[in-house]
Design a protein around this ligand. Structure first.
Ligand code: F6R
Length: 639
């Protein structure tokens, strides 16, 4: 491993390697593993590798499998020890890490089943201590771990060593943090089904490995990566203790690295080039920190907070303040499709052509109204030709109880109106039987999935009608990558891109809106965005003329908002518009109250949307802009 990585600045206490995508990072790590295996094998030795599970290493394992199949990388002389296993849990439960490892790596390579080890999730409780000690001994007998692969929890855990785990801890039974159970609940479908305990290697077990590579992807990991790399080493953030390891590297994608000071506040790490974007970021950050409107910042404020460099470049606080004030002001507009017959050079959108053809992509059947309902309504009310394309069926997020209610309705609807209901009755009986006998980890039958999808389609159509769209402007794409019937989706495929290319070519939009949610690199929103980007790039390559006039605007998903300094278009909403949007969200009844796989945030979608839009308006007001009731925010993707 290349340990002579330049530590960009002294703030970073752990060498960090940053890649454009999780795939690039995984390929890099896979190469290190392959090299280790070949070197050890050439010396006639086994390579001993510590493995992690979870969403992070999936692309790594896929790459290792590819290397095995295409490049003859053999795992015959490889021994592996996994970090952890839920407790209690059988090895063949689909949520067990045994199952995960078999499916993602072991069964797809030539590793000898005698050579891989994981803690036993079914060992009787009174034998766990002995089992754990034996696990440690087995590692020692193998000569210790040559290379340990790690992921990181949002709370900083490595393995399942939750915050507070002692530095000298060994393999043991632990109680999972509630935040970890919530973070992992999407794998189970329901928080109550996530085990409360796990057996994990200890921190000292991990520290004893000769090399450690920690991988992390996506914005959700960015805050904890910053703490682990730049913070004081503390048991409160177990990954920060890796600062004490002398052969460790963090492999990150850009999103996971984004909170590091060199990106967040580069002026604090030495020389930096003051682009307008960076000036805006620095000044907005300063004003927010001090709770002052931008125009009230003084020379003293700049100097005290490490921005004297900026004053040297620009002259005086007054000049910088004005520059940033105008930048912020120019992002605000009530005309998301551009203001017709007006010449406003700094307006985020062009006034011509008018009306515009607008294509709103919504990953699930309700993201359009949740994330950009106000803008959606304005675009339609201002006379633009608005189309909505629902990328996935969203069928996974409808409860069984909801389906039963609708089937009951269908059967009785037909009975009341004397329509032959034998078919729907049969379906109802089958479905009821299926749902009563369904095991927690079992997939829905194709019929049930179909009905769940239909329920969501009807809700989406009702919302479009509420906004005023005609039926021929609503497109249900049912992208195949989503249709697995499980939380785990397929990667994007040819067919997904083809369907998207076809629709874009059909509409030839002047504006495309899509979810630019990068928080979860494996989530549906990200795949949906990747598909749109791939489609646009293909159309661009083919040289279609219309694309020259297309602006692509990204909204964030239901959970987060863009940072204020990133926002390029902010659409204000009046209290009346906020209420109208709320009723639009209410139409999605299947998503109210108890949505399956909701994650850690217990607020309903309309509450999240309202709080987030009000918060954006409040932040703008605090920076010295006009105070609106709410605001929706967009960033432009320049392809
Ligand atoms: C997995 C493990 C955990 C995960 C961490 C991140 O064996 O021990 O520490 O690495 O929870 O999980 P993902 O990758 O799902 O975000």
């Amino acid at each position: 491993m290349d340990t002579h990585i330049d530590l960009t600045d002294s703030l970073e206490k752990i060498p960090v390697k940053i890649f454009d995508t999780p795939l690039d990072g995984s390929v890099y790590v896979a190469k290190i593993i392959a090299k280790l295996i070949r070197e050890k094998n050439a010396q006639g030795k086994m390579a001993v590798i510590g493995l992690a599970t979870g969403s992070t290493p999936k692309t790594l394992y896929a790459e290792l499998v590819r290397m095995h199949k295409e490049e003859g990388l053999s795992f015959k002389k490889v021994m592996t020890f996994n970090l952890d296993q839920y407790y209690p849990m059988e090895a063949d439960n689909i949520n067990s890490y045994h199952y995960f490892m078999r499916k993602n790596l072991f069964e797809k390579t030539d590793i000898d089943p005698k050579n891989y080890f994981l803690p036993d999730g079914m060992i009787p409780k009174d034998q766990i201590k002995k089992h754990a000690a034996e696990y440690e001994k087995k590692i020692e007998a193998a000569g210790g771990i040559d290379l340990q692969i790690l992921g990181i929890g949002q709370n900083g855990h490595i393995g399942f060593n939750e915050p507070g785990s002692p530095f000298y801890s060994k393999t043991r039974l632990i109680t999972l943090d509630n935040s970890t159970r919530m973070a992992n609940s999407h794998e189970f479908g329901n928080l109550s089904e996530v085990p409360r305990m796990a057996i994990t290697m200890g921190l000292s077990t991990i520290m004893k490995s000769r090399q450690v590579i920690l991988m992390a992807w996506g914005e959700v990991k960015a805050p904890v990566i910053q703490k682990a790399v730049e913070g004081r080493p503390t048991e409160e953030v177990p990954a920060s203790l890796l600062q004490h390891h002398d052969n460790v590297i963090f492999v990150l994608d850009q999103s996971a690295a984004s909170e590091l000071t060199r990106f967040k506040s580069p002026w604090l790490t030495g020389e930096c080039e003051w682009t307008p974007k960076l000036v805006k970021k620095a000044v907005v950050g300063l004003a927010t920190k001090l709770g002052k409107p931008v125009l009230n910042l003084t020379n003293h404020d700049y100097i005290e907070y490490g921005l004297s460099d900026l004053l040297v470049e620009k002259g005086d606080a007054y000049e910088v303040n004005l520059e940033v004030f105008y930048m912020l002001r120019d992002t605000i507009t009530g005309w998301p499709g551009g203001k017709p017959n007006a010449v406003i050079p700094n307006h985020p959108e062009r006034s011509k052509p008018f009306p515009k053809r607008v294509l709103i992509f919504s990953p699930h059947p309700d993201d359009d109204i949740i994330s950009m309902g106000g803008t959606f309504m304005r675009l339609h009310d201002q006379g633009h030709d608005v189309h909505v394309a629902y990328q996935t069926s969203g069928n996974i997020a409808v409860t069984d109880e909801f389906v039963t209610r609708f089937l009951d309705f269908a059967v009785n609807f037909e009975r009341i109106f004397d329509i032959d209901n034998t078919r729907s009755k049969k379906l109802f009986d089958q479905a009821t039987r299926f749902l009563t006998e369904k095991k927690s980890s079992e997939k829905d039958s194709a019929d049930i999935r179909n009905i769940k999808g239909l329920i969501r389609r009807c809700e989406a159509r009702a919302t479009c009608k509420y906004v005023g769209l005609s039926v021929d402007h609503i497109h249900f794409m049912n992208l195949p990558f989503y249709e697995t019937g499980t939380i785990e989706k397929k990667p994007m495929g040819r067919e997904d891109v083809d369907i998207t290319v076809k629709l874009i070519r059909e509409i030839k939009p002047h504006q495309i809106f899509c979810a630019g949610d990068l928080a979860d690199p494996h989530g549906t929103h990200k795949v949906c965005l990747d598909i749109i980007m791939a489609a646009i790039n293909e159309i661009k390559k083919a040289g279609d003329d219309f694309l020259k006039d297309t602006y692509v605007w990204l909204y964030k998903g239901a959970w987060q908002e863009w940072d204020i300094d990133e926002i390029e278009m902010a659409i204000p909403m009046s209290p009346g518009q906020v209420r109208k949007k709320r009723y639009g969200i209410f139409i999605h009844q299947s998503q109210k109250d108890s949505v399956p796989f909701q994650g850690t945030d217990e607020r309903e979608f309309w509450q999240r949307a309202e709080e987030r839009n009000a918060n954006t308006a409040d932040l703008y007001a605090k920076l010295g802009m006009t105070r609106y009731a709410a605001m929706e925010a967009f960033v432009r993707w320049r392809f």
